[in-house]
Ligand binder design. Structure first.
Ligand code: FEO
Ligand code: CA
Ligand code: CA
Length: 648
């Protein structure tokens, strides 16, 4: 989900606020005072693990700073052995072209675009109508986001999130640029959710295998099972589902995860913006306020055609969204499961690791200004081929506290620690639980990625204009300090942590910043970024993160693409690759105009990387990928080396 609208407040469509701006517009937050005290605390933090690098007013660690001397020597030896290093490609220059640019020696092509049918009986995308409810239900959804590739007997199954729609594009054939009737709403709901499809190479290009038995559309109307502690709770009961165990649909599916037992995790992020109230005098509960449930929706008009989105009539319906949903991508008849044990937040992604003791650990960010970073730890242990049915239902949620001295701890969210009545309530009102234990308010936690080669995880903190200025939606202070070291943070940073004793279930961890994004061409203070940022690789608003098999970190951006002022020289949104061992970061890809780059998956032979290009032309200034005066369409692309070598 883009957030760059923050800078202008409104898009070219005139009335499409970013989700965050929308949430705050109806719930203005008071100015915060006294945060300067915490700046001093951050400044005093030096010498964590040796070699701290101080930038501007905040003292924190970057690049190689947190590595041991042995790590650094090993990295140097490796670099000497391979003169081209581990980032052996020529960096792509920042740019503003309306296309995708990859390094010399690499090529890309389109795999699937918004509106492309997944079945041969489907209707090809019609730019005059931009589709109908019926055509969209048989076609790839809009705004591609997180994805994962699964192998089944040599066949490649790609599961892809379709996060949301831009109504100026979806309904751009109309003067109003809005949904105007029930079929418009049906189309919009069908453009959300998840697209599961077989892909295969033909003539050197990956394409959708139409009519594959694996192909499936999951939309805002697909039946779901609710599992875990909150299933059956009174807060989840509705007229249509008096048991509180069956809901319809998933929407605003942002990042993803995957399990070692072969399932796909899709994460419901800005689920709130779809609800509205037919009673404009309806009192909004504190929980509605915390989660951004308002009288008005974000412009989707779903309640006009489906009354479950009317909170005046169905006040518990919003409690049935905001979860991580588990999908079996190889069984199109399976019912997706909303795993309430993983909490109800604006879920970005769900990075799952198997801890050394066999427990399942899932790291999750809540992407809103001043919200929290979470961890789930299963009660049971994973064994290949064993029963995995309740590993995501029985366990404990934690929220992260980061201390200024480079240490941190996971705060368990239990009835005892939070004062809340039950685990069910904690799983439904998770934000309030994390506030109760005084976790650290973060600069919009986006994707988490775990290093496959060591017990270490990274989280993109994309930006936070409120840092040091305003509290979060629950009134929790957002002081400058720790992993959130800059007031009014425009550029974002990536924090990483290492669990004590290499154990992802440990209570404590140490942390540092892998990169502090910034613009060294414009600023000399802490806005210039960390030492591993330079005019050759600068970027803003890191968002998507994923490790490849080599232990390199792919970084995707969803930021300000104005290429002016604080963002001069950065160009369009992009994808970079970082080497955690050296701190080096190189730009690998630049996207078309007004897109964000989000979602990454590798083919089974790791010779192709699939990448998502979301909302090109969200302000009306792109015709990618068709060119000419065509309708811009979000798409998944495939990138390979010219020599066919392994890419990740
Ligand atoms: Fe869907 Fe926070 O990005
Ligand atoms: Ca994102
Ligand atoms: Ca984002």
């Amino acid at each position: 989900m883009t957030d760059h609208h923050d800078h202008s407040g409104r898009s070219a469509a005139g009335d499409e606020l970013s989700f965050d701006a929308f949430d705050e517009s109806s719930d203005p937050r008071p100015e915060e005072t006294g945060f300067d005290l915490v700046v001093e605390e951050a400044v005093s933090r030096r010498g964590f693990l040796g070699g701290a690098v101080a930038v501007g007013t905040g003292a924190f660690l970057t690049g190689t700073a947190a590595l041991t001397v042995a790590d650094a020597r090993a990295a140097a030896r490796n670099a000497a052995r391979n003169a081209t290093g581990r980032l052996a490609f020529k960096a792509v220059a920042a740019g503003t072209d309306d296309t995708v640019t990859v390094p010399e020696g690499y090529r890309w092509h389109i795999v699937v675009r918004w509106g492309d049918p997944l079945w041969s009986g489907g209707k090809a995308f019609d730019p005059a109508t931009r589709g109908t409810g019926a055509s969209q239900e048989r076609a790839f959804g809009d705004n591609t986001d997180g994805m994962a590739l699964f192998m089944a007997g040599g066949r490649s199954i790609l599961a892809v999130n379709n996060e949301y729609t831009n109504r100026s594009i979806m309904y751009g054939m109309r003067d109003s640029m809005k949904p105007e009737n029930a079929d418009d709403v049906r189309k919009g709901k069908a453009a959300h959710g998840v697209s599961v499809m077989e892909v295969a190479q033909s003539g050197g290009k990956w394409q959708v295998v139409k009519d594959s038995p694996f192909n499936r559309r999951i939309t805002a109307d697909t039946p779901m099972e609710i599992t875990g502690p909150a299933a059956g709770h009174d807060l989840l009961k509705t007229k249509a589902d008096p048991a509180g165990r069956r809901s319809l649909g998933t929407w605003n599916n942002c990042g993803n995860g995957r399990t070692p037992w072969g399932t796909y995790l899709t994460c419901e992020e800005n689920f709130n913006g779809y609800f509205s109230s037919s009673d404009k005098a309806l009192a909004l509960s504190p929980a509605f306020r915390r989660y951004g449930i308002r009288h008005k929706d974000w412009g989707y008009a779903w309640a006009t055609a489906d009354e479950r989105f009317d909170i005046a009539k169905h006040p518990n319906e919003p409690n049935r969204a905001g979860y991580v949903v588990e999908i079996d991508p190889l069984d199109p008849a399976s019912t997706p499961k909303k795993r309430t044990a993983l909490g109800r937040i604006k879920h970005e992604n769900a990075e799952l690791v198997v801890a050394a003791n066999g427990r399942i650990v899932v790291y999750m960010g809540d992407d809103e200004r001043g919200e929290y970073l979470y961890r789930y730890v299963s009660d049971g242990v994973y064994a290949a081929g064993g029963n995995t049915g309740d590993l995501l239902d029985r366990g404990t949620l934690y929220a992260a506290r980061f201390n200024a001295d480079g240490t941190g701890e996971w705060l368990a969210l239990t009835p005892q620690t939070t004062g809340m009545a039950s685990r069910a309530e904690i799983c439904i009102h998770t934000r309030m639980a994390a506030s109760a234990v005084k976790a650290t308010t973060m600069d919009r936690p986006e994707w988490v990625a775990a290093n496959p080669h060591r017990a270490e995880a990274y989280c993109a903190l994309t930006n936070n204009k409120n840092r040091g200025k305003k509290p979060n939606a629950g009134g929790d202070a957002a002081p400058v300090g720790g992993p959130n070291p800059r007031a009014g943070n425009k550029y974002g940073q990536i924090v990483r942590w290492r669990p004590a004793n290499g154990d992802h279930t440990a209570k404590t961890f140490s942390w540092d910043l892998y990169v502090l994004a910034g613009n060294p061409a414009v600023h000399k203070d802490d806005r210039k970024g960390s030492d591993n940022v330079n005019p050759g690789n600068f970027f803003n608003s890191p968002d998507g993160l994923a490790f490849d098999s080599r232990g390199l970190l792919w970084i995707q951006t969803d930021g300000n693409y104005s290429n002016a002022g604080d963002f001069a020289g950065m160009g369009n949104n992009q994808m970079l690759i970082g080497d955690p061992a050296t701190g080096e970061i190189k730009r690998f890809l630049v996207g078309p105009k007004e897109c964000e780059i989000t979602g990454v998956a590798f083919s089974g032979d790791r010779r192709t990387v699939f990448v998502g290009v979301q909302h090109p032309g969200e302000r009306g200034n792109s015709h990618w990928p068709g060119g000419g005066d065509s309708v811009p369409r979000s798409a998944v692309i495939a990138i390979a080396r010219d020599d066919g070598g392994v890419i990740g």
